[in-house]
Unconditional design. Structure first.
Length: 546
């Protein structure tokens, strides 16, 4: 029996470790070439630009298209990555290229870090045999074939390693790091632009590409293995960064207390009320009253104020007969609020945003997330769904250091002239980055997935292991460990935050267990499974693909 327990313990540790390490983080840029009318369109990031010619061709799977880059032609990528790794350039990064070459009679170039295109490419298919590399990497001992699709992933940490994988298998590993190309800020460190399929002297034969992605981290072997080959699909983990400020209103004796950051201050009156879940408290802000938040954010985005930020407010309003104000960036409260519930119909916005075409209902809880990058975009989501996107950026409100840039303080639920009807709030959080759509989707709804719970836990000692297999078809196994004897329950949420299954495991003694979850009555897609014990909550992401 002890031997079986030991073997299970080892297996559980290996499964949890592999699952945590194999989570593929969010891509910073993604280009898929599926729109034949616009082959330069970005799925994530900035559209590519073309020098020369390209043609839409078939990709590796039915319905999947690709671009064919002509000889002497190339694509320019604005990679969107910030300098890292201790240098002035991007010294840690990963690049995925799904490709095929029609023939092995010419060199085929993958990319060039020299943005002037006056140098050789930094990686080739060799024209003699289909090996991949350069004289500096060097060339691989394995070979590709013509008209065969592959997924290449290059992972780089300047001064530490350089690796190239093909279809999840390591083909090249750490060339001579004494070569200045691989030093900090050396040739393989990235500038803000990267040239795809470029070579300066004709060693860039025809190449087809169905997908390109880039990261600002060096992916590990388990992550690359999960990505598979050019016909594989994989899901990235939308990692929600840690809040810079968090207020939860669960303590009726101190409704101003901060969970993260500085306690709020109150002008006027507030009352403790029930929140969206049993045991979850909220504050109700009286008319003419507001909260003052010290946001704790440093100036960013190139200005003197906070020009990039996100704000979450979990709220409900008792009726739709008054305006309800969400916040005001004018800390003197001599202006209108910056966002309202409209008293006529429950739409959300202002004349500057404008108002949404969707509507809230009275006495219903919602999670609002506003994401701002002054001069670039302004977006408002409700329960993970985009309701407002990028108003008129010529309006000075949205310029760098304009009205929607934050000072050190922010007024919550404030309006200067009485358009601030009763509103209840169960949670407020703030970030110094503009969350993307995938991250907002992870945050879900106020009534189901609290912010502090719904974070993908990577490389930790979480008591809920990653499910296996993942993706799964018919059923999947969730390994878990209980530290203290007590009741254990599981809840499964879909990508919108809607609870689709509740499983009560009853009282469990401390120890290690598994739960088998069947796909019955679930449709294909992304799910989150949440395990609750007496005093802890853990969440994992699952993918169903029947």
């Amino acid at each position: 029996m002890r031997t079986k327990l030991l073997l299970f313990s080892i297996l559980f540790t290996l499964v949890c470790t592999f699952a945590s390490n194999a989570q593929v983080p969010d891509r910073k840029g993604l280009w898929k070439f599926d729109d034949a009318a616009n082959l330069l369109k970005a799925a994530i990031g900035t559209d590519l630009t073309l020098t020369g010619t390209e043609t839409s061709v078939n990709g590796p799977a039915a319905g999947n298209l690709a671009t064919q880059i002509g000889k002497g032609s190339y694509l320019t990528m604005k990679n969107g990555l910030s300098p890292n790794g201790g240098g002035t350039l991007v010294n840690e990064w990963s690049l995925q290229i799904d490709f095929s070459v029609p023939t092995i009679v010419d060199y085929a170039a993958f990319f060039q870090t020299d943005t002037t295109n006056t140098s050789d490419a930094d990686l080739f298919v060799h024209h003699n045999d289909g090996s991949i590399g350069t004289s500096r990497t060097p060339y691989s001992a394995n070979f590709i074939s013509a008209d065969t699709w592959h997924r290449m992933v290059v992972t780089v940490k300047q001064g530490a390693f350089w690796r190239m994988y093909l279809d999840g298998v390591l083909w090249l590993d750490t060339p001579d790091l004494t070569n200045a190309y691989f030093n900090l800020d050396g040739r393989w460190a990235l500038a803000p632009k990267l040239l795809l399929f470029a070579d300066n002297d004709g060693d860039d034969g025809l190449i087809n590409c169905s997908e390109v992605a880039i990261w600002d981290v060096a992916l590990n072997a388990a992550q690359v293995e999960q990505m598979g080959n050019a016909t594989s699909t994989f899901e990235t983990v939308a990692q929600v960064p840690v809040e810079k400020g968090l207020w939860k209103f669960d303590d009726p004796a101190n409704l101003l207390k901060a969970s993260v950051g500085t306690d709020l201050a109150l002008t006027g009156t507030q009352t403790s009320v029930n929140g969206p879940e049993a045991g979850n408290g909220a504050t109700q802000i009286g008319k003419g009253s507001y909260l003052i938040m010290k946001d704790g954010l440093a100036p960013n985005g190139g200005g003197t104020l906070v020009n990039e930020w996100s704000l979450q407010i979990d709220f409900s309003v008792p009726n739709i007969i008054d305006y309800a104000a969400f916040f005001q960036t004018d800390t003197t409260n001599i202006s209108d609020a910056d966002l309202f519930v409209h008293h006529n119909d429950g739409s959300i916005g202002t004349t500057r945003t404008p108002y949404s075409t969707k509507f809230i209902s009275a006495n219903t809880w919602y999670r609002m997330v506003v994401t701002v990058k002054q001069g670039v975009f302004w977006r408002m989501y409700i329960n993970g769904e985009l309701w407002l996107d990028t108003p008129d950026l010529t309006n000075a409100y949205f310029n760098l250091d304009g009205r929607w840039a934050l000072a050190p303080k922010l007024l919550l639920f404030a309006d200067n002239d009485g358009d601030d009807g009763l509103i209840s709030c169960s949670e407020v959080a703030i970030w110094d980055v503009a969350l993307d759509a995938a991250q907002v989707a992870v945050l879900g709804k106020s009534a189901t997935i609290p912010t502090a719970v719904q974070k993908i836990q990577l490389g930790d000692n979480a008591q809920l292991g990653q499910n296996y297999p993942n993706p799964f078809t018919h059923s999947t196994i969730l390994p878990y460990q209980i530290a203290k004897t007590g009741n254990v329950s599981f809840q499964v949420f879909d990508i919108t935050g809607h609870a689709v299954r509740l499983i009560n495991e009853g009282v469990k003694l401390s120890g290690k267990y598994t739960l088998e979850l069947a796909a019955e009555n679930l449709i294909n897609g992304i799910y989150f499974v949440q395990m609750r014990t007496k005093d802890q909550v853990f969440t994992r992401k699952m993918i169903l693909n029947k």
